[in-house]
Write a protein that binds this ligand. Sequence first.
Ligand code: GDP
Ligand code: IMO
Ligand code: MG
Length: 422
Amino acid sequence: MSVKVILGTQWGDEGKGKIVDLLSEQADIVARYQGGANAGHTIVISGTKYVLHLIPSGILHPEVHCVIGNGVVIDPLALMEEITMLEGMGINIDGRLHISHKAHLIMPYHKMLDAAREKQQGSIGTTGRGIGPAYFDKALRIGIRIVDLLDRNALRDKLRLNIEEKSQLLQKIYGSAPLIVDELIDEYMAFDSKIDPYITDTTSLLNNALKDGKSVIAEGAQGALLDLDHGTYPFVTSSNPTSGGACTGLGIPPTSITSVLGVVKAYSTRVGNGPFPTELHDADGELLRSEGHEFGATTGRSRRCGWLDIPALKYSCMVNGVSEIALTKLDVLGAFSELKICTEYEVDGKNVKHFPADVHTLERVKCKYISMQGWNSDIVSVKSFKDLPQQAQNYIMKIQDLLEVKINLISTSPARADTFAI
Ligand code: GDP
Ligand code: IMO
Ligand code: MG
């Protein structure tokens, strides 16, 4: 029995999809525990690119079962699109995809509310996928769950109340057109029969699998610094990508977790608004963006780029209990002759001991950097640590020393094959 949580340690897009896909080879089940179609997890196999938003990144392994846990918020439209996309690419998901009957549904009004809020001052820069409003309804105890699809009359009543309330909100506060209740109800009723074959009690499925000695990967979406409780609030997502979220989002006990693999991108990126201490607004930032193809897998937005941020990563390793690291996109740094790593924050000339909880302080921190020699060469074809240029080895070892967590895996391209253990 084992549960390996694989999660993002930064602001998302660390390359979780690639690492989960790679390690799925040794897993029986891969389970997503939070977030929704705001995620975009990219996997590249033999030149074919797959971008997954809701379906776990183990789905490309024919023997692996995939779970969408209770902590995920599911947009049925996005889910159907993804299933169709996978089937079109020859991936058979029948009997392998299991969706929690306790997961909440994203409704069209959630996306409308998300878009309307984003037009207000101080916007978060969300993905517009209705994530915040769906979790809001969940916390308010008025959300529609997958299980509600099974009782048509109760669903109709619940939906009607929700739609009437949201329609008023959208009209009064955001000046939107009213929602047509019956149209929406009919549309959602239709999802019932399509999703039905996949719906099950995933909590029992997972716990029984663990009892039978199976190995599970819990796949995080977003990243620790976007966590609702531990991230750079309010510029965060509305769920818990940190390791604790795996337990609540899947219904598995904390004692079942055997390791926490933190995916660390060799530099930093952030998409959307909010503090970003090491952000670069110069040619180096541009070079990171162009070399790393730093454009969002979900929205296509350009990602903000900067140097690696050790204070943020130390905090992330602490909060998640990271026991091993996969370092991704090391190849991107091959374009630089000099690399920088932020090792400390200062505010008003004083060293900051803890990762600041408030964004105003985080926006004011001054980063102290160490400089390292770059390797200025292409490392994509390198297949072992000892064959890496000395400067690249130094960069990896420096990060390992600073974080005091073992780096176990190095990734040097989007492809499954370009990864090696150290
Ligand atoms: P995720 O959300 O954490 O799964 O990451 P994304 O898929 O949103 O973004 C990571 C991007 O980097 C994708 O386009 C991946 O194909 C790509 N990628 C992953 N690992 C590497 C790597 O080691 N090198 C390079 N150059 N690209 C990578
Ligand atoms: P993956 O799983 C990067 C960001 C959005 C925004 C904030 C809140 O691919 O790493 P939301 O739509 O969740 O309410 O937006 O979170 N965000 C992500 N950034 N990668 C993601 O997912 C993200 N999911 C949400 O840009 O700043
Ligand atoms: Mg992504």
